[in-house]
Design a binder for this molecule. Structure first.
Ligand SMILES: [Zn+2]
Length: 386
């Protein structure tokens, strides 16, 4: 394959740069990189392509008739409502998900971790649908999956066997859901998850909504299980509202443990509840990223899959306003997200995959404030959108 050079770019510090790609990788990057046939990028800001570390592609209603959200008091009510909405929908999951993936790619995302529902009433149908999706999109987006027990794991007989089958089929990560709040058997759920991951070489990604000390206790237990199972660097906790609800000294103790064990955190940075304090956790060495979670689904009709907007929401949520803050916000949707989901060869360095996005902006803060819609997306050195 011949090389392609993208010239007249601007890096995160506003300095001119250029990127030469060859065989899908970055061959060289810097102000002195040049080629007679270089593509003039018009002085646009270049970022490593966005990484979506947490979404539920199988449940999106993207492109379907409008379905308003529903207010509910308990997590269980949302779960039951979603079953009704999806049960009435006849569009195959991979068709709905494919429409959304097209949108995400156009916005600059080239790698996605999606949770897939696994439950007795649907069996492995969503897993099979998402495998068809992955095959159809393999030339444009890197997809990795989590087997997700949305209705509970131990409290729904049959789910554990389906989880085992999903991992055997090629799902890379074992999911979990509020071991205490949903299953009412925190030790049982965690033992199952970590045993399965250790036996199969899979990673772990647990949705943890349980609040306050109950949530924090489960974070500590997840750390214990991670150490015991030898799964350092392979575990993510999604949401972890509890880490925004505990005393500073306790947060620091837990944060240091998470950093030591390479346990990463994902937040959708919701506005209505405490969230993990990203800046402090980054200081402690914890990988913390932002993700979309559900996009236009039965939980909420909001969300659009734009990781630049999700980074903006983090900046807005924490009142970030310095250039350093804005670089941090972008990193939550790029390199922190890549590290969190174990993406190899990521970032704007020679030898890494040539995946990047060009934005009509002069600085990270400018990009976050205006979130320009027109973007050029490069994957493995070739323009795939924009
Ligand atoms: Zn989720």
């Amino acid at each position: 394959m011949t090389g392609t050079t993208y010239a007249n770019l601007r890096d995160l510090d506003g300095r001119p740069t250029a990127i030469r790609c060859r065989n899908g990788l970055i061959e060289a990057i810097g102000p002195d990189v040049a080629a007679p046939d270089a593509i003039d990028s018009g002085g646009r800001l270049v970022l490593p392509a966005f990484v979506e570390p947490h979404v539920h592609l199988d449940k999106t209603l993207w492109g379907e008739d409008w379905v308003p959200g529903r207010r509910a008091a308990r997590l269980r009510d949302y779960i039951d409502n979603e079953r009704r909405v999806l049960g009435a929908n006849t569009t195959p999951p991979e068709v709905r998900a494919g429409r959304l993936l097209g949108r995400m790619l156009a916005q600059g995302t080239t790698a996605v971790r999606s949770h897939i529902d696994v439950a007795p009433d649907i069996g492995l149908a969503h897993v099979e649908a998402m495998f068809r999706l992955r095959e159809a999109w393999a030339d444009r987006i890197d997809l990795q999956f989590v087997a997700f027990p949305q209705q509970g794991l131990l409290c729904r007989p049959g789910t554990a066997d389906l989880m085992r089958e999903a991992i055997a089929m090629g799902v890379e990560t074992v999911g979990g859901l509020d071991p205490a709040g949903i299953d009412g058997d925190p030790e049982g759920q965690l033992r199952f998850i970590f045993d399965l991951a250790a036996e199969t070489g899979a990673g772990v990604d647990i949705h943890l909504h349980d609040k306050g000390e109950l949530g924090a206790w489960q974070v500590r237990r997840i750390a214990d299980h991670t150490a015991a199972a030898g799964l350092s660097g392979r575990v993510m906790i999604s949401h972890a509202y509890c880490l925004g609800m505990i005393a500073e000294a306790e947060l620091d103790r837990i944060g240091k443990r998470l950093a030591d064990l390479g346990i990463s955190l994902m937040s959708s940075v919701p506005a209505d509840i405490a969230v993990p304090p990203i800046e402090r956790l980054h200081e402690l060495g914890v990988t913390v990223c932002v993700g979309s979670d559900g996009i236009r689904d039965a939980w909420s009709p909001l969300g659009n899959g734009d990781m630049l907007e999700r980074a903006f929401l983090a900046a807005f949520r924490f009142d970030w306003n310095t250039d350093e803050d804005f670089r941090r916000a972008l990193s939550c949707a790029t390199d922190q997200a890549a590290r969190a989901i174990g993406l190899a060869g990521y970032g704007l360095q020679p030898g890494n995959r040539a995946d990047f996005v060009l934005l009509d902006a002069v600085t990270p803060g400018d990009a976050l404030a205006r979130r320009p819609a027109a973007r050029t997306v490069v994957r493995r050195g070739a323009v795939v959108a924009g």
